[in-house]
Design a protein. Structure first.
Length: 120
């Protein structure tokens, strides 16, 4: 969200990983069926890694274009550093995968973590 003194601009969250979920699931199923330690499994895992890299590149490209647009349209840019991990546990205190919390909380936490400016 950007505020230029008179108007508020909201930018959507494109949810890049959600767009590639079906493709990723298919490639992971193919990789899981291969025999452990085989060359074919190694190749299939490289294909899965390529899909993750593609998601990362698309996310990075979008963030670069959006940040460039914000900088070009505004004179001053103020950035707030949020602790998303603390917010994740505040929203769903028992939704840690280690604890085995509710599925609804995990979905909300995934959405919260997907809107950050990191590209990991």
């Amino acid at each position: 969200m950007a505020y230029d003194g008179s108007k508020v601009h909201k930018y959507p969250n494109p949810k890049h990983l959600a767009k590639y979920e079906r493709k990723l699931a298919k490639k992971q199923r193919i990789a899981a069926r291969k025999k452990k330690g085989s060359n074919r499994r190694r190749k299939a895992n490289k294909i899965v890694a390529r899909v993750y890299e593609q998601v990362s590149n698309v996310r990075q490209d979008y963030l670069h274009k959006l940040s460039r647009k914000i900088v070009d349209n505004n004179q001053v840019v103020v950035v707030e550093n949020l602790n998303l991990l603390a917010a994740w546990f505040a929203i769903t205190p028992l939704s840690s995968p280690l604890i085995g919390g509710t599925e609804g909380g995990l979905i909300l936490a995934g959405e919260l973590l997907s809107i950050s400016w990191t590209t990991n």
